[in-house]
Each structure stands twice: as C-alpha cells, then as structure tokens.
Design a protein around this ligand. Structure first.
Ligand code: SIN
Length: 535
C-alpha cells in the first residue's frame, strides 16, 4: 500500500498540527501519528506559552531572559525572531479556537515561571497544552485537505540516495517515509514532496520523565540515520518538580506553582533555594533541578517538598484544578499538605539542526517543535518558550514548504515496497523489554543531572552492547512498534552520551564534575562546539 500527498507530517503536537493547518490551504496533507492524535507532550503541558503582552514588558526583556536561561549558548537572532513573533503566534492560536484564562475584567491572566522577569505566560488554568491540543485537533479534523492516520508509527525516512542505492549523491533529498500500521502490522510507504518531522522529544530515554510514552526520539533517530545533522544533544532538561509517588508515573507539578508563590522545602520544613540562587524558587530550571539533586544527596531523603500553603484553598482549586485533583487521587491534599517532588527528564534542548525556516540539511525535510534544534534554547530552555517556538517555527516552515512545493519537482525514482527479507516472528520479545529497561536505567544513573566522564564512558559501553543486540533483532525479526522505539531510543541515548563527552565544560543543563566551570573560550566558539553527525 502507498499514500501520496503534497505534505507528510509525522507527529500531532502543537507544531505538527499547526503546520498541517497552514499548508492544508495549499495542498493535501497526510498526518501520521503513533497512537491517538492527542497522545502528545503538548497535551500534557501545564504551564503555558510565553509572549510579551503587558505595557511594562518588552521584547528585549524576553530576549534577555531567554539568553540568560540558555547560559548564553542560544542564537540571539533566532531568539529575537521567535520572541517578536510571539503576539502573532498567540493570535493564531486564538483564531483556531484556543481559550486562554482571563481575569474577571476579561483581560488575559498572565502568569510567571522561573527565569522570567515579567508576567508574560498565557495559560488555560493548569492544562494549557490540553486546551491547545483540543482546539487544533478540532480544526484539523474539520479540514478537507488533511487526512489523519492514527496508530501509524514511522519506521524510517526514504531518501533518494537509499532508493537509487548509492552511498552518497550530491542531490540527495527526502521522498517520504516508511510507516508501520500498528493495527495491521503492515508497513507501507508515504510519499510526499515535503516531509516534516514533528515527533517531539525523547524523555523516555530516561527512567523517570514527565513525557508521554510516545517520546522515544523517533524523529531525531530517523533524521540521523538519513544523514541529517543533529546538535546539542547533551542538553536534556530535567524538570525540577515531578510528583514523587510510587504510582504517579512522574506527573508534572507545573513551575507555575512556584510562579504563584510555591516554596521548595526540605523534609523538616526549611526553605532552601536562597542557598543556591538570588531568584530563589524562581531561578532557572537547571539551577533548581541541581539544587534539589544536591539536597536529596546531602540529606539522604528521597524527595523534597513544594509548599503552597501561603495561598487560599479557593485560589489553589481554581488556578490548579488538574494538579489539585491528581494529587488528591494519591492522597495528597495540596491545599493543606506539602507536595513531595523530584526532578524528572522533561525536554530536549538539542535535536535536528534546522535553519530559521525549520529546514534541515537534507533537502525536502523539515523539523519543527521539540525534535528540532533551532538555536532558541541554547544550553537550557526558558519555561514556556517551547510551545511558542513550536507555533512560530510551524508557521515559518509552512511558508518555506509551500515555496519548495511550488518549485519545479524532479520526478522521484520509483520507491520499492518494504521488503521483510527473511525476517520471522520473534519468539523472545522479553529481550526488547529488558533492553528498554536497561538503557533507561543506565541513562538515569550515569547521564543524569550531575555527570562525570567516567560515568558517561560506562553508559556508552552499555549502550553499544544493547545497540548490537537491537540491530541484530531489527534485521532478523518482523518489526513491531516496541522494537522501533527501542532502536530509536538506543540511537538517541548514544547521541546524548557522545555529545556530553565532547563538551568539556559545565554549561546550563550539562554539568560534569570533571569540568565544573563554564569555559568562556568555548562560549565564544559555541556554535563550533555544537556537534553535528552525518549519517
Ligand atoms: C511547567 O508547567 O512547568 C512546564 C512548562 C514548560 O516546560 O515550559
């Protein structure tokens, strides 16, 4: 079976959906997503989307906060472009039907999070992503030019070089992707003039994460295998406050809780963030996550606590209904009790290298949203900048993709159907789940918030072993979505470790005891230090 469309979009979070809506005005779109359409990180986003709005706020101030949080590794021209497009991005979302929280006088209720010097975060109570996803899915499902394929898992990108059978051609380009229908277990090809990766991040590479189960780094791994450049993979952001409870599956406690007055405390009730940063509980995320890690190591306790008792019960229930209800399910009444919290993997600041238009260095392939490295986040993402980046880059990528689509198209060579070769049914699927578990534990233990060269080397040795087993499995057995995800996770884990080993300084989210200070010479040469791999 094959599908042909003008645009192929892989992923259904804020970036993929808003891109699809923009290009659907000009052509047909196949929108492929691994599970149900709303099983995305966007849907879980609580805090909000940052954009300058108030009279007393300025673009310069948002740019400066972003650069500071990113430990001066972000690309200032890209940051400025994104920040200045913020008001338009908010208006686009409103036009698509998103309803942000408002005050009694109907003005927007802007909130604050760590690292922001002004209130500039639009939110929908504490479930902003759910509201955005709801509105965009509704718009997409009504669009006659968009065909949605749920339960479809991308296997690999199809490139001209691969189809023609050459190792390198000077005219390599992306022609679409092989995709597994997980209900029928059949692989077909989706051909398109423009392919867009909007597959999100890779939090599942770590044992504890705030991400959905789908965050297995698929887009990064596929792009890397196809020969596109990947950069800044060492900068995995750990959210400081995931709920600590054996059955909670790393439920996020939004940074907006601290933005509205929540205080981090030790088990004995003492506040500790003033020991670490002048902004205390609203210090940038990397600082807060490292502080909590240090507190847990020093006190030997399994978690720290977030105290919201300075706020009234009515305020808490109205402003944080999702967090309130969810914690109550686990027996914690946040209007009276402190919330036990720990850090968890949350957001990848690196990814597929793209330009100001979301174009990768493989022709006809775009990457937008968390899967891409645009230069906005540098070494650490400022809270609530990711939804903003997703909409702004989707818009720009759509403009450029439409131009590309209108250019003269050299006919594509004939794409072969997926060949299963001599693959058979696996009789040992437990190998896949054991390897999943092993890699996530190794990453958590050796490639976490505080790193060392020795631990990174140890992780790399384990990853290489698992990679060999995984490749063997991939070539000998019919592919399943579990196997595809494991293969992608192994690839991404290796990229993270190799990147971390090559950054011989501590900066933003990458902290290593072997090089505990930032190296100012490296900061001058930051872009040259960024790692790029060609497949
Ligand atoms: C949060 O609500 O703390 C998450 C927001 C973000 O990651 O930007």
């Amino acid at each position: 079976m094959k599908s042909t469309s003008d645009y192929l979009v892989i992923g259904s979070g804020i970036a993929g959906l808003s891109f699809a809506l923009k290009v659907a005005e000009k052509g047909t779109v196949a929108l492929v997503t691994k599970r149900e359409v709303s099983t995305t990180a966007t849907n879980l986003a609580q805090g909000g989307i940052a954009s300058v709005f108030l009279q007393e706020d300025t673009f310069d101030s948002h740019v400066e906060d972003t650069m500071k949080a990113g430990a001066w590794l972000a690309d200032e021209s890209v940051v400025r472009m994104v920040v200045e497009n913020g008001p338009k991005a908010i208006q686009d979302l409103i036009d698509w039907g998103v309803e942000f929280s408002r005050r009694a006088d109907n003005s927007f209720d802007l909130t604050k999070e760590g690292g922001h010097s002004k209130r500039r975060i639009f939110h929908a109570k504490d479930a902003t992503g759910r509201e955005i996803e709801r509105a965009l899915v509704e718009a997409v499902s009504q669009h006659p030019n968009i065909r949605l394929y749920e339960q479809h898992c991308a296997v690999d990108l199809i490139t001209e070089a691969k189809v023609i059978g050459k190792k390198k051609t000077d005219s390599n380009r992306c022609l679409g992707a092989y995709v597994l229908d997980t209900r029928t277990e059949k692989i077909s090809y989706f051909q398109a003039r423009v392919t867009v990766l909007a597959t999100g991040g890779c939090g599942k590479v770590y044992l504890y994460t705030t991400n959905p189960d789908t965050a297995t780094g698929d887009g990064i791994a596929m792009a890397y295998r196809a020969g596109a450049s990947v950069m800044n993979m060492e900068f995995m952001q750990f959210h400081p406050t995931a709920l600590y409870h054996p059955h909670a599956k790393s439920f996020l406690i939004s940074e907006a809780v601290r933005g509205e007055g929540g205080i981090l405390r030790r088990g004995d009730g003492t506040a500790f963030m003033s020991d670490y940063h002048e902004l205390k509980d609203l210090a940038p995320r990397d600082v807060v996550a490292r502080a909590i890690d240090n507190e847990m190591k020093t006190t030997g306790e399994d978690c720290v606590f977030l105290d919201l008792s300075s706020k009234s019960t009515d305020f808490i229930k109205d402003r944080f209904p999702t967090i309130y209800e969810n914690c109550l399910k686990f027996g914690i009444d946040i209007t009276r009790e402190m919330i036990p919290v720990v850090p968890a993997a949350h957001y990848l600041c690196g990814g597929i290298k793209v330009d100001l238009w979301g174009e990768t260095d493989l022709a006809n392939l775009f990457a937008i949203g968390e899967v891409a490295c645009t230069g906005v986040h540098g070494a650490n993402r400022l809270a609530s900048n990711s939804l903003l980046e997703g909409v702004v880059f989707a818009d720009r990528a759509a403009q450029r993709a439409i131009e590309r689509h209108e250019q003269v198209w050299k006919p594509a060579p004939k794409i072969q159907s997926w060949d299963t070769g001599s693959a058979t049914d696996s009789n040992d699927e437990v190998v896949v789940s054991h390897n999943w578990d092993e890699i996530r534990r190794a990453m958590w233990n050796y490639v976490g918030i505080v790193r060392s060269s020795k631990r990174l080397e140890r992780a790399l040795r384990r990853i290489k072993m698992i990679k060999e087993e995984c490749d063997d499995y991939y070539w000998n057995f019919f592919v399943t979505s579990d196997l595809l995800e494991l293969r992608n996770i192994v690839t991404v884990a290796e990229l993270i470790v190799r990147s971390a080993l090559s950054r011989q300084e501590s900066r933003g989210l990458h902290y290593t005891v072997d090089y505990p200070e930032p190296d100012e010479c490296l900061s001058q040469q930051a872009t040259r230090l960024n790692i790029q791999y060609g497949g």
